[in-house]
Design a protein around this ligand. Structure first.
Ligand SMILES: Nc1ncnc2c1ncn2[C@@H]1O[C@H](COP(=O)(O)OP(=O)(O)OP(=O)(O)O)[C@@H](O)[C@H]1O
Ligand SMILES: [Mg+2]
Length: 235
């Protein structure tokens, strides 16, 4: 049984269809990456999974239950969390206030969750009283991921992991994600434009183009495939 199964998802904005028949799964404990050209529908697909955009057709199952009718907050409660593209932090609020907002559905264990997030990202604890708007880009990404972790997810979705960040920060984030997967026993679905990074950190990957999946496979297999190396890795 897969943790998440999306089948034949179509969706769009107004009368413009963006996603056309996306079928994608995430297994328990897997890290799955999505990459592909700008505007190919990666963020739109994560919004459909998070429930902030209603799909036009297709189904989403999570832990074997159909969830595509659930509103976004219910999906958070059952364990689906999204760290959005652009991070969407409350920039005028402190680091800790941002984290506490992420823990709204875990009232009882909220202090433990905050401590857990600080154990992954010690720099957030040092900056707990600073405004989110005063953090560096890397720290803001940590806060965005930390806030998503506050709800105690089973599936953590991250839209654009490395965008705008220095290589050393990306390296650290990747290591922390692997640690989080172990310690929290969760699965990760990550959209990553840097294809070499996407394939390095994931077990499997899907390639989006114009709202469709044009390639998929284990990351080890994709990284050695000529068409992928030529198109996405410039090798
Ligand atoms: N809120 C919106 N209203 C109308 N069209 C939108 C909206 N958001 C995205 N689109 C359009 O949907 C298409 C897919 O966008 P989406 O953001 O899902 O792509 P993406 O793969 O995440 O791209 P990027 O790599 O730039 O983040 C694009 O043509 C985009 O212009
Ligand atoms: Mg996007």
């Amino acid at each position: 049984m897969n943790l998440l199964e999306a089948r034949e998802i179509s969706a769009g904005y107004g009368d413009v269809e963006v996603l056309r028949g996306i079928t994608l799964s995430v297994g328990q404990g897997e890290i799955v990456a999505i990459f592909g050209s700008n505007g190919s529908g990666k963020s739109t697909f994560l919004k459909v999974l998070a429930g902030t955009l209603r799909q036009w057709g297709g189904t989403v199952h999570f832990k074997d239950k159909r969830i595509d009718d659930l509103p976004p907050e219910k999906r958070v409660e059952i364990g689906i969390a999204l760290a959005s593209e652009g991070r969407r932090l409350f920039l005028g609020m402190s680091v800790e206030e941002n984290l506490l907002l992420g823990g709204w559905c875990r009232k009882e264990a909220v202090k433990e969750r905050v401590d857990k997030v600080y154990s992954y990202f010690p720099e957030l604890e040092q900056k707990r009283k600073s405004l989110a708007g005063d953090l560096s880009g890397g720290q803001q990404q940590m806060l965005s991921i930390g806030r998503a972790l506050m709800s105690g997810p089973v599936l953590l979705m991250i839209d654009e992991l490395s965008l705008g960040l220095a290589p050393a920060v990306v390296e650290r984030l990747s290591e922390i994600l692997l640690r989080i997967r172990e310690e929290e026993d969760l699965s990760i679905l990550v959209v990553e434009q840097e294809v070499s990074l996407a394939l390095e950190i994931s077990d499997r990957a899907y390639v989006f183009d114009l709202g469709e999946i044009v390639d998929e496979g284990t990351s080890r297999e994709l990284i050695s495939r000529d068409s992928i190396r030529r198109t996405y890795l410039s090798l």
